[in-house]
Design a protein around this ligand. Structure first.
Ligand SMILES: [Zn+2]
Length: 166
C-alpha cells in the first residue's frame, strides 16, 4: 500500500529573560501591561493587554473586553490589532506584545487563541512583512515568535471568497 505524503510544520519560539530584551521590546511590553490594567474581564478574571507597534513607532493598545453575553466579548490582542487597523489603515505592524498579569495565566502556555492567531496571520499577509509576537505573563520570561504564521500551522487561506484584496 502506498504511503501518504506528509506535511510538517516546524514552529520555533525564542525564550528571553526580560533583562536581555532590547529596549524597544521592553517598552512594547510595558505598553501591553499598561493596556492590561484597563481590561474589562469581570467574568474570566484573566486580563490581557495587547500593544501593536507600527512601523513609525506608533503604539496602539487594546485589552480584552468581556460581556455578560460571553461570545460578544473580544480578546485583548484582537482589540489591539483591530484598533490599529481601524486607526492606521495600511500601516505596517512590526510587532504585537501580548501580556497577562493574571495569576491564572501559565507562562509556558500563554498564547493567542486560535481565532486571534488567524487574525494575526491575516494582518501579516496583508502587509507582506513579518509581524513579531511577543508574549509575557506577569514579569516572567518572554516568548517571541518572529512571525505570526509561525504560531498558526496550516492557516486558513482562500482565493475568491467574493471579497477584494485590500
Ligand atoms: Zn483570542
Amino acid at each position: 500500500m502506498a504511503q501518504p505524503q506528509t506535511r510538517e510544520w516546524r514552529s520555533t519560539l525564542t525564550v528571553w529573560s526580560p533583562d536581555d530584551l532590547d529596549a524597544a521590546d521592553r517598552e512594547l511590553l510595558r505598553e501591553a501591561h499598561e493596556a492590561a490594567s484597563k481590561a474589562y474581564a469581570p467574568y474570566s478574571l484573566f486580563q490581557v493587554g495587547g500593544a501593536v507597534c507600527l512601523e513609525d513607532g506608533t503604539v496602539v493598545r487594546g485589552s480584552n473586553q468581556e460581556n455578560m453575553a460571553y461570545p460578544s466579548g473580544m480578546c485583548g490582542e484582537r482589540v489591539a490589532v483591530f484598533a490599529a487597523g481601524a486607526q492606521h489603515p495600511g500601516a505596517v505592524m512590526r510587532a504585537v506584545a501580548i501580556v497577562s498579569p493574571s495569576p491564572k495565566a501559565i507562562a509556558d502556555a500563554f498564547m493567542p487563541c486560535g481565532g486571534c492567531r488567524q487574525v494575526l496571520v491575516e494582518a501579516e499577509r496583508r502587509q507582506g512583512q513579518p509581524l513579531r509576537v511577543i508574549l509575557q505573563v506577569r514579569d516572567e520570561d518572554v516568548m517571541i515568535s518572529e512571525s505570526a504564521v509561525n504560531l498558526m500551522p496550516f492557516a486558513f487561506e482562500a482565493h475568491g471568497l467574493g471579497g477584494q484584496e485590500s
